[in-house]
Design a protein around this ligand. Sequence first.
Ligand SMILES: *Cc1c(COP(=O)(O)O)cnc(C)c1O
Length: 430
Amino acid sequence: MLKRKESEKLFEKAKTYFPGGVNSPVRAFKSVGGTPLFIDQGSGSRIWDADGNEYIDYCCSWGPLILGHCYPAVVNKVKKAIDKGMSFGAPTRLENELAELILKNNSNIEKIRFVSSGTEAVMSAIRLARGYTKRNKIIKFDGCYHGHNDSLLVKAGSGLATFGLSSSAGIPEAFARETIVLPLNDEKAVKKAFSLYKNDIACIIIEPVPANNGLLLQKRAFLEFLADICAAKGSLLIFDEVISGFRIGFEGAAGYYNIQPDIVTYGKIIGGGMPVGAYGAKNEVMKHISPDGNVYQAGTLSGNPVAMAGGIAQLTECLKPGFYEKLEKKTKRLVNGIMDGVLSDDGFRIFSIGSIFWPAFTHKKEITKSSDIDAKSMEKFKKLHAALLERKIYLGPSGYEVGFVSSTHTDRDIDITIKAFREALKIALQ
Ligand SMILES: *Cc1c(COP(=O)(O)O)cnc(C)c1O
């Protein structure tokens, strides 16, 4: 049995300091059971917990670490920035450098604004859409997570799905009323909402690769339909690319599907592991942001030099030729290797795009809506998760969360994982 004595001790202490012993709910291991592992250190594809157990990590901090842990170029650049000062509250050269790196290689946006988290990026994008259109209502999709913003914490997947909640307490009715929640992959529902609320829909926000409630891959035609209907009705289309941005390609899902959204939000990978978010759009939309325009948005630590340094170093690696192709190939090998040991009537599949993968206990060939997921299947995920931990493979502690492969996962890591996964599946499928 996995040694967890130290983690258990630390968790007992943490429970006296933090609600549920954690600073973000999914970390609490509630849906998979047992004590959360306290992580001490990471290097490349590996992490070590407080008891000294070594794991191959497929959580990768929930996505940001596309180069794995402590990638030397990232660590060095961040250390250099720290030596010059942690924060100034004034512009720095590093902000220009990260912006240039992104804008030169992304045809979807012309201007960008850095903030400190994905939640903040989305909150600002929604305000921009409302300020620009002078409308109030927003359309979001059941199962898409957009951070813990009041108006978006409705049927939002992620921690809410993990804990079986549809929304959060503390959100006024009046806010929730401005949010129209529709099922994914359903053009009719979108058309109906537009006919009901005619000229009051400021925007549609979607994760173009919904990856917070399982992996609910959408058809390109649906995303294109959203772009078209927004253009026709004077609403803005927001792609929330906090996970998919720089993950399924440097230009994220907008580039992958070749669809032009009006506003794009980023987070996770953009900071190289430091807290960064961003939103961007064409000049025509971004000029409404303060101090050019009258949509106010600010941040004491926005564009923080240490965080910018992390982002510059990481995105520089992502831009190297073949980076995403190699990552996708590696992920395919992992997925195919595991699936080779699975029979078609076992009721297990792995959905995957780029370097994102989602193990699902299902007989369905396609899962495009949160209602396609059987909540009972999470019991099997719980067994899978435990059996994988025993075999030193670390997945995020929820069956609604996806896994991530980094560029530092080696062929050997993949081989070890395939073997462990097949054994763990036998246990989960019993
Ligand atoms: C993670 C995530 C967010 C929230 O980002 P935080 O940095 O956790 O605030 C928003 N949208 C999507 C799609 C995400 O995956």
